[in-house]
Unconditional design. Structure first.
Lengths: 253, 230
């Protein structure tokens, strides 16, 4: 049994008057993939955005309750958010490389976090990150070309390489394959399988089949509440909650 | 299955699959009734019809296979739908095997003499009636998704085992009286064994139904009666 890496206790999120999450209690295990599923607007993205305090940038957003990473409360006012985001990387739905070269896309993070002092250190980080993201072989001869010139799938792997360049502990993925074709999706999924040996991964997905393929644990959200969480196999073969069953079998409405 | 699918045609495809299994089940049941009848009455005229009905059952099996493949590809069923799909596959396999056994029993009628003593057949007849009842009950539990009834069938196979033993004994007793009876007695022993095997397939079906309903396999080992060692 893996150790718990991230723990949320009675987590509530409000956007102004509207409550987006209601008392969410969810444990995420270290070096495991947890998939979060649920209809649009159910709060799954809001939940992962709490893990690296992305909601801080939204003025009207208020978070109550706790989220702990390795037992340390991250909603603490005194917590250094920049170093939190160094530990908790994020990959979004649409690949969003910086309008810079492939090399600079990867080296940017380490540079601002003071991780690569010399050119050779940065070279090494760029190579290691691209290799980990299974992109190295495809781009090694054109590192100075713009990242935006890559295909969609490559761009998404570039974003993953960028996320892992600063050596995070957790990677949050918000529908990372929804803009990709099946082959690019397969590559990302294979990559996730490899990355989970090193990182704790949380993935939001609308594809049930993807959740089954990549995750060990699945949580189902509905209207801001965590309805059911359990081993992925159990959730998709024999969920306890009727609402979960209705959702995954396409009977919602 | 409570709520309906958002996609109506998915709903219809699943229902069509279940209906096919039910129809296949009812064909298998009548074939078994006919083959038992043929043995007890030593009715050689009905053999061909029974053999032919097995073709029908086999056709159903292929049809169900195709339906399942299509469902898997088209819908990637999950949870209860996945269990419904997989249990249809398993149940149709067991029904097909039961059909084979009934066909095999019908073929055994051919070498039987017309004047078989009644005491020789009475235990076989009781066994046949019990297995037919078991098949009927298990199909009923499938139609009504009745977990308790399926489990009851599963437990009752013990009686099939016991009765098989008794029926075997009576044939062997008869055989030991006169070696001349060897030929057709052997056929009756095989027919008895076939019924016992059909009983085992019925318990498989019961297990599939229990899994379908609750999503977990029946716990513990099934009660077993006296069995003839193979």
């Amino acid at each position: 049994m893996s150790e718990v890496k991230i723990k949320s206790n009675n987590l509530n999120v409000f956007y102004g008057d509207k409550q987006a999450l209601f008392d969410v209690n969810l444990d995420l295990n270290e070096k495991e993939v947890t998939a979060l599923i649920g209809p649009s607007g159910c709060g799954k993205s809001t939940f992962i955005r709490c893990i690296n305090r992305m909601n801080d940038v939204i003025d009207i957003c208020k978070v109550t309750g706790n989220i702990e990473i390795d037992g340390v409360e991250i909603n603490d006012e005194n917590l250094d958010v920049v170093s939190l985001r160094e530990r908790v990387g994020m990959v979004f739905q649409k690949p969003n490389p910086f309008p810079k070269s492939i090399y600079d896309n990867i080296s940017y993070g380490p540079k601002i976090h003071g991780k690569g002092e010399t050119k050779s250190e940065l070279d090494e980080i760029v190579e290691r990150s691209l290799k980990k993201a299974a992109l190295w072989e495809e781009v090694k001869d054109r590192l100075d070309e713009p990242g935006t010139g890559l295909s969609g799938g490559q761009q998404q792997r570039l974003c993953i390489a960028r996320a892992i360049s600063v050596n995070p502990e957790v990677i949050l993925m918000d529908e990372p394959c929804s803009a990709l074709d099946p082959i690019a999706t397969a590559k990302i999924e294979e990559l996730i399988d490899e990355l989970k040996k090193t990182y704790t991964i949380v993935i939001v997905t609308h594809s049930m089949a993807q959740a089954v393929r990549v995750s060990q644990k699945t949580g189902f959200f509905h209207l801001g509440k965590l309805i059911e969480v359990g081993k992925t196999e159990k959730i998709f073969k024999n969920p306890d909650n009727k609402m979960t069953q209705d959702y995954i079998t396409g009977r919602f409405g | 299955m409570s709520n309906e699918h958002t996609v109506k045609s998915y709903e219809e495809e699943l229902q069509f699959l279940v209906d096919s299994v039910i129809k296949m089940g009812s064909l298998t049941e009548s074939q078994m009734v006919d083959s038992m009848d043929a043995i007890i009455k030593v009715d050689k005229d009905s053999i061909d019809k029974i053999i032919k009905s097995d073709d029908e059952i086999n056709k159903f099996r292929s049809k169900i296979d195709t339906q399942i493949m299509t469902l898997l590809v088209k819908r990637a069923p999950m949870a209860i739908d996945l269990r419904e799909t997989i249990s249809s596959l398993k149940i149709s396999q067991d029904l097909e095997r039961i059909g084979d056994l009934s066909k095999s029993n019908a073929k055994k009628v051919k070498p039987l003499p017309l004047d078989l003593p009644e005491e020789l057949l009475s235990n076989l007849k009781r066994l046949g009636e019990l297995v037919i009842k078991q098949l009927n009950d298990v199909l009923d539990s499938y139609v009504n998704k009745n977990y308790d009834k399926a489990k009851e069938v599963w437990e009752k196979d013990e009686q099939v085992d016991d009765l098989t033993y008794i029926a075997m004994e009576s044939v062997i007793d008869f055989l030991s009286k006169d070696k001349k009876n060897l030929d057709f007695s052997t056929h009756l022993i095989f027919a008895t064994k076939n019924l016992e095997r059909a009983g085992d397939h019925i318990t498989n079906i019961a297990e599939s139904i229990c899994y379908l309903i609750k999503g977990e396999y029946l716990k513990g080992s099934r009660p077993k009666g006296k069995v003839i060692q193979e």
